[in-house]
Design a protein around this ligand. Sequence first.
Ligand code: URA
Length: 477
Amino acid sequence: MKPFRDMRLAEAFRIQLAAPDDFEGWRDAARRMVRADVPPDRITWESPADPGADLFAQGDRRLPSPPADAPQPRVSRDFLQLAQSVILHSDSTRFSLLYRVLWRLQSRPRLMEDKADPDVRSMEDLARQVRRDIHKMRAFVRFRSVEGEGSERYVAWFEPEHHILRANAGFFVRRFTTMRWSILTPRGTLHWDGEALQEGPPATRADAPSGDPVEALWRKYYASIFNPARLKVGAMLKEMPRKYWKNMPEAALIPELIAGAQAREAQMVKAGEQDFGERPQSLGAIGEAILGCRRCEIGCNGTRAVMGEGPSSAALMIVGEQPGDTEEEQGRPFIGPAGRLLRSHLEEAGISDERTYVTNAVKHFKFVPRGKRRLHQNPTAKEIDICRWWLDGERALVQPRLILALGASAARSLLGKTVSVQKVRGEPQALADGSELWITTHPSYLLRLHDHGRAEEEAKFAKDLRKVAQRLSELSA
Ligand code: URA
């Protein structure tokens, strides 16, 4: 009897996927084809949005049936993760690239580790371009308000380069949960009514409104955060390519701002100051403004900024490092594991929520993705220094008598220099505005210790908090 492969040699198959980002459809068909031993050059892959795709083609209804005892294909986790991004690329050869790599993985299970392999490199390149497009959409979508039946609706027009619309939907739902909005693109549309998300057909630019008061707001905001001292035209164009400008109200200001930048920079250098424009005058306004902050790379990573929380006349301000995964999702500081540990120690020390304003040195969550998880990364000194402007705004409004910095990043933010927490903890320092700074370790540090010295470190942390509690009661006596 002929081996199975020989029987198939002459046959070619055409596989029509349901959508350009149909990962499950591709995966199911690819598994079946590998099990049936069909080599890559025997398959044509198509999806409705590919150039030249036959919209009426059904694909082959009779795909080969693998033998019952054919093993399941070997797939590495690296491959699957990358493939989910690659499939969103607009390159019509992506499906066959993925199948070729899957096919090769069967005889070379560690293929994905070979970073010089042309197929692996192509996958990584496509995935990188997709990630960049996802990021650009998160950063550059601009909503315009339209009069709805009774309630306000926001509509944005965006032209993604790849099939990222569905993959980005969750982000916009989380960030703009309470708004009613539509995002229109030439690849499809998303509509959120505050409760449910619906997908719709592609739109044209003419379907989207152009110009309304939201634009004026964006322009004013952008002009106020524009910092001539940090202007690097090349870098700016790389981050905010010209092709996005037409949908961004603030872009109209760019030529004018660049022209005036040098003069303003010279003035600022003379005055020795960092100028981020006029500071918002209420905690609410800071909370709004940080959402659009793009002054550092963390602000550009598409996460939601988290504002401080607590009474606006709190005697104690607690400053952490940056929101974590849970905080970013829920938009509130210190509500994840580190927050729970902190709050239980505050309670034990007798420091009540009513006297405490809790915030962070850095307002956005810096992370590296690992599969479905987002792993915390420390902010750099530069990122802390850039974000200090917001913390200074909160300090000017709350005017706390005491400030408790948790960990090295918070300490840097408040002192403007890096210090060793272990050396400076537990002793107060006077700050220029008359408040008193106390420094201790960050509760996340305690959590990371597990059993290794945790009890001892936690006891020191509790002691530091008791000193702060004692000082608080002295000040209010
Ligand atoms: N860690 C922080 O520093 N801040 C938070 O809000 C949460 C965890």
